[in-house]
Design a protein around this ligand. Structure first.
Ligand code: BGC
Length: 520
């Protein structure tokens, strides 16, 4: 019994020793892991600061970029191929004035969806009497097929849509009764040869269609429409989406001078009065499609993530500005930064989460939700990290780093877009435009001075803007507006109004079709 007791005592003592040893060990391991976590987080913060530094857009950099934008605009207008901006004449010399009447169609192609719409215009009093549209996703496979396959798909949907035209749209008499006139919004770089023809320079925004470059896009669509043997549809005007947006903006507001897209891709157009000889205009004005996606300047704050993204893209060396700004790319830039942090600083643990390796898995819409997360524990960030990358658990400091990466990428994009806008105004208005002493009506850039239907008001100049980044990403807008204000004098900033022209590119194209109708 005594032996037993001694044995039990010894055993208990032994267990206690083992238990103590285990506790010490676990504690040491915990200490170690806390230490490691701290070290890795410290490393991740270091990487974040490096990235923030490389992506920074202080005022002096923005000024250089806006100056350079104006310089490149002049160079591009003067000589073909001498600028990173294509500065394409659009042959649009007259923008709508509200007097347009009749039924017109538009087809808006330029992203992963296209849109068909019909619009019944009632002149100055009636304006847009009725409109209807349908949005159709483009099957991914067609983005990598042939132009014939792509246009046949689009033409079929268009013809189906026209066939569903209700009686309330039916034109009363005239040749319009049989022919449906259509404005084609085509949001890729096109060298126009007239207002209703133009050859595709290159595909962009992830489209890798095997052919089409060098072909007349209106002819491609018209042939596809004719192959449908459906109602008679005639393409009467070809416009870039920026031009459609400007036309849509001008329809309501004669102060609209610039059309701009901040969406999947990005671009701007504007009314130019100082035209080069090759852009013949009977009115002395013409809308110029800048194709600023390709803008390049050594002042642009380019990071390793931009370089990688570009070299692995379907169009390396092209659309450099768009790849820093466009909605197609912002989420992907964030993913690349997080991937580096995961690999070099174990931001999400010892293993790099599998999904984090997948290009374009983080959509900009998801990234903007993380950015907009105002909860004290950043729980939306946590949820999106889990849903998109399969990262089950993260700590708050990690989520903060992710949030800061989103902020940095968005801030840079919005500020660069602002520098671009100011660059345009420098070009069309000269330096005098930014003088705080000028009254609105004497500005070089300004043609009109009356209070307009949308209340922009006398002495203002309007940028008609469309695109998801501007429309849905509140913080983006705030950053962009703040940068415009930083770049301009207070008086000039107050004269520049950036206004959402929602879905303007489609409606604008149908209104431009009215302006260029063959049956007027
Ligand atoms: C295209 C432009 C277009 C812009 C916005 C760019 O990728 O090159 O033509 O206006 O995207 O959609």
């Amino acid at each position: 019994m005594a032996d037993n007791k001694a044995w039990i005592n010894a055993l208990t003592a032994g267990t206690a020793v083992v238990a103590v040893a285990t506790v010490v060990c676990v504690w040491q391991r915990m200490q170690g892991s806390t230490q490691t976590t701290r070290t890795t987080r410290h490393q991740a913060l270091g990487l974040l600061h490096e990235f923030q530094h490389a992506a920074a857009t202080p005022l002096y950099v923005l000024r250089q970029i806006s100056e350079h934008m104006a310089v490149e605009m002049r160079a591009g207008l003067m000589t073909e191929g001498k600028s990173s901006l294509l500065m394409l004449p659009t042959f649009v010399e007259n923008l709508p004035d509200g007097n347009e009447t009749g039924l017109f169609y538009a087809l808006d192609l330029g992203g992963t969806n296209f849109r068909v719409l019909r619009c019944l215009l009632g002149g100055r009093e009636g304006r847009v009497l009725k409109q209807e549209y349908e949005e159709v996703p483009i099957p991914k496979i067609l983005m990598f097929g042939t132009s014939e396959e792509l246009f046949d798909f689009i033409a079929k949907k268009l013809v189906d849509f026209v066939n569903r035209e209700g009686d309330e749209y039916k034109p009363r008499g005239g040749r319009q009764q049989t022919v449906r006139e259509l404005g084609l919004t085509f949001s890729f770089p096109v060298k126009q040869t007239s207002v209703r023809s133009g050859v595709l320079i290159q595909w962009s925004k992830g489209f890798l269609v095997a052919d089409g470059v060098g072909a007349d896009v209106v002819a491609l669509l018209q042939r596809a429409i004719n192959r449908q043997h459906g109602p008679k549809i005639e393409v009467v005007v070809l416009v870039n989406d920026t031009v459609g947006t400007l036309a849509g903006g001008r329809y309501w507001n004669e102060d609209a001078m610039v059309g701009m897209i901040l969406g999947t891709g990005t671009n701007a157009c504007y009314v130019e009065r100082d035209l080069p000889a090759h852009a013949n205009s009977s009115t002395g004005e013409m809308v110029i499609n800048m194709e600023w996606a390709g803008f390049w300047s050594s002042h642009l704050p380019r990071t390793y993530a931009d370089e990688q993204l570009d070299s692995e893209s379907v169009n390396p060396g092209q659309a450099g500005f768009e790849k820093m700004i466009g909605g197609m790319y912002l989420g992907e830039i964030v993913r690349r930064v997080l991937f580096k942090m995961a690999g070099e600083a174990a931001l999400f643990g010892d293993e790099i989460p599998h999904k984090l390796k997948e290009p374009f898995v983080l959509m900009t819409s998801e990234m903007s939700k993380m950015h907009a997360d105002e909860s004290s524990d950043l729980r939306v960030v946590g949820t999106i990290l889990r849903d998109v990358f399969g990262i089950q658990k993260t700590e708050l400091p990690t989520r903060r780093i992710v949030h800061d990466v989103c902020d940095t990428v968005t801030l840079r994009s919005a500020r660069l877009a602002a520098a671009g806008i100011v660059g345009i105004f420098k070009k069309i208005g000269g330096d005098s435009w930014d003088s705080p002493h000028l009254s609105g009506t004497s500005k070089a850039v300004h043609h009109h001075s009356r209070v307009t239907s949308t209340g922009v008001g006398a002495g203002k100049t309007m940028v008609a803007m469309d695109g998801g980044l501007f429309e849905h990403y509140i913080q983006y807008r705030i950053y962009m507006q703040a940068a415009v204000s930083e770049l301009l004098s207070e008086a000039a900033a107050s004269r520049l109004v950036i206004q959402l022209a929602k879905d303007g590119s489609g409606i604008g194209a149908s209104i431009l079709a009215a302006c260029h109708s063959k049956y007027r």
